[in-house]
Design a protein around this ligand. Structure first.
Ligand code: FMN
Length: 341
């Protein structure tokens, strides 16, 4: 099932959204619209990823993608411990226990996921937070999988081409969720998507997918004019019927006024709706991923249970106020019609 990103019937890719927003139903709905659906394997075990792949295969015979988090080197334990101290009063207030650092590196089941994807290949795999080794990429290529590397700078684009990526997802600073920045401690780039695309084009001839802040037809058309063969939409699909986003997250997308980039929740820079938790703790969060993700997990779970949008992580791109509700198939179809109009 060879797939080319420059030959999609509708050049719209559903962004993989880990943490529950991406569902097999969302993949199938975007596929029905003629786009490319994506599963998010981040935070899932390899068997859980395989289960989701099986569900997609049952509901769609079109190509789809699976996104992987590339593991990062361990963060500074003392800095994580200091952040834990800082969050302690917050934890006491809400009656939650902050986990102690396990000392075990968390590689997001990377090796096991690659083994599953080699044994039972899928049409497309994309990577964020870094790149596979050239050997890993070459094994997946031999299995017939098209591979997409997420990049946020021309330098990362060069590295992605060097390890054998077939296409690049160029993620601008407008993007909702984590920046795909390859090194955890790097300050993420601020060159806007429409200028980043031509800058990346200067260093590579690979097909480019544009991601970040694309919320209406005009924005999609502009990204395609700037050199992308397709666009990757995350926030625009968060309020769709098939999204797994929580009710509080959906409501906040229209209610909260602005987004900001913060390490407060996970240790990696991510764009989310600005709230009190970010304002209080963001400046003190160390660049340690996924250690900070695990540290804040019970705080975030408690905030989600009480639907407290001032303490939840509410990933959203800059165009969040344009996100529509309704079936994802209609959202993609209308957006593409308006982009062509
Ligand atoms: C809730 C949410 C979760 C995300 N999770 C992932 C992920 O698991 N893997 C990934 O590569 N990108 C992830 N992203 C980033 C998207 O791939 C994409 O870059 C971004 O959504 C584009 O910007 P937009 O949200 O303004 O459309 C996520 C984005 C959001 C909003």
């Amino acid at each position: 099932m060879a797939v080319r990103l420059d030959e999609l019937a509708v050049p719209v890719i559903a962004a993989p959204m880990a943490g529950g927003a991406s569902t097999p139903e969302l993949v199938a709905a975007v596929n029905r619209a003629g786009g490319l659906g994506f599963l998010a394997a981040g935070y899932r075990s390899a068997p859980a990823m395989a289960e989701q792949i099986a569900l997609v295969r049952k509901s769609s015979d079109r190509p789809y993608g699976v996104n992987l988090f590339v593991p990062s080197p361990p963060g500074d334990r003392a800095a994580v411990a200091a952040y834990r101290e800082r969050l302690q009063p917050e934890a006491e207030r809400w009656g939650v226990t902050l986990p102690e650092e396990s000392g075990q590196p968390d590689r997001d089941d990377w090796e096991a996921k690659l083994a599953v994807l080699l044994a039972d290949p899928v049409p497309v795999v994309s990577y964020t937070f870094g790149l596979p080794t050239a050997e890993e990429a070459s094994a997946l290529r031999a299995a017939g999988t098209l591979q997409v590397g997420t990049v946020t700078t021309p330098e990362e684009a060069r590295a992605a081409q060097a390890v054998g990526m077939d296409a690049l997802c160029v993620q601008g600073p407008e993007a909702g969720g984590h920046r795909g920045t390859h090194r955890v401690a790097d300050v993420p780039g601020e060159v806007p998507l429409l200028r980043l695309l031509p800058a990346v084009r200067e260093v590579t001839g690979l097909p480019l997918v544009a991601a970040g802040g694309l919320g209406d037809g005009a924005a999609v058309a502009a990204a395609l004019r700037a050199g992308a063969v397709a666009v990757q939409l995350g926030t625009a699909l968060l309020r769709s019927d098939e999204s797994g986003a929580s009710a509080a997250h959906r409501a906040a997308l229209t209610e909260l006024p602005e987004t900001t980039v913060t390490r407060a929740f996970t240790g990696r820079p991510a764009r989310g709706l600005r709230n009190a938790f970010i304002d209080r703790h963001g400046p003190y969060a160390p660049p340690a991923y996924p250690e900070v993700h695990h540290l804040t997990a019970p705080l975030r779970a408690a905030a989600t249970r009480r639907e407290d949008t001032e303490a939840m992580h509410l990933w959203a791109g800059t165009a969040h106020h344009l996100a529509r509700s309704g079936p994802a198939e209609a959202i993609v179809t209308d957006l593409w019609r308006s982009a062509q109009g």
